[in-house]
Design a protein around this ligand. Structure first.
Ligand code: DA2
Length: 277
């Protein structure tokens, strides 16, 4: 049980983001996307800027990936790779519309001398992988069911040298792991059980007995698509009940508005990749 007055300690992070300069809902590859819904392009950039400033204000470093015309989902920088302790496991997107984003991410890492491992298997980076350095000696949680394919979990384990726990996503609204589960510090998570198969729910309950459990309302408001530095939790402002639960557990919720990129089926976490050196 988490004590109410627990003092949480933030750890400085390095993030990667990509401006929504070319963001649009130009196709529909997840249940949240509707090409007839208008997007306010100016507001999208303003909200994304505020998110970037929020991270900087919390003392983190933010690197920028150059957005490319014709790749409207590039703002979802979390999907381009998965980085653990200096090794980058590259993405291979499921949908043709996003396939070219992988090369932009690869170039970013290779130009800066990161150890980049090209994937053979379909996987969408941090969209379906989460890393908890202090859980069970360093654990990767990995989703499959909609985007990342199961063989990618074994490939990631070989690439990164960390045990990978496969979790089966069963609800198409939670098509990536990072809409259903997030690390809130180096050893604990918050998640929405209903997004997972019954067996995966049991696995999560066994591995994380102190996890914070979110309800369907907060999960559907993209509340779990959050970024935490171990103390400050940046999350979608619509997930107010989850914010209350996090506060009660000693974290500081930092709500942000991301109404425009949400129309593409993503929120805070999708816009932010963590560069773990
Ligand atoms: C929170 N999620 C699911 C993400 N990690 N990424 C958002 C990707 C959105 C994009 N339109 C797509 O459908 O791929």
């Amino acid at each position: 049980m988490v004590s109410v007055n627990q003092h949480r300690i933030p750890r400085k992070r390095t993030y990667l983001m990509c401006s929504p300069e070319h963001f649009a809902v130009a196709y529909a590859i997840n249940p949240w996307m509707d090409v007839t819904t208008p997007v306010d392009a100016v507001l999208a950039v303003k909200q994304w800027d505020r998110l970037r400033e929020t991270l900087l204000g919390l003392g983190h470093d933010v690197h920028l990936l150059t957005p490319e015309a014709g790749l409207p989902d590039m703002v979802f920088a979390a999907n381009g790779a998965f980085v653990v302790d200096g090794t980058v496991y590259g993405a291979r997107f499921k949908h043709e519309q996003r396939a070219a984003e992988a090369a932009a991410h690869r170039a970013f890492y290779e130009e800066r001398g990161w150890h980049f491992i090209a994937p053979n298997e379909t996987n969408e980076g941090e969209g379906d992988f989460a890393y908890l350095p202090e859980a069970h000696g360093g654990l990767v949680l990995a989703g499959h069911g909609f985007r990342t394919e199961l063989p990618a979990h074994a490939e990631a384990q070989e690439a990164l040298g960390r045990p990978v726990v496969s979790l089966h996503l069963v609800d198409p609204r939670f098509y990536h792991l990072d809409v259903a589960l997030a690390s809130i510090d180096d050893g604990n998570i918050v998640y929405y059980p209903g997004a997972f198969s019954a067996a995966s729910q049991r696995v999560l309950a066994q591995l994380f007995p102190d996890a914070i459990v979110a309800d369907d309302v907060d999960a559907l408001a993209f509340g779990l698509n959050l970024v935490s530095d171990g103390a400050n939790v940046v999350l979608n402002s619509e997930a107010s009940r989850l914010a209350g639960k996090l506060k009660a557990a000693g974290y500081t919720p930092v709500p942000v508005e991301l109404t425009e990129v949400r129309k593409g089926g993503g929120s805070v976490k999708c816009c932010i990749a963590e560069l773990r050196n």
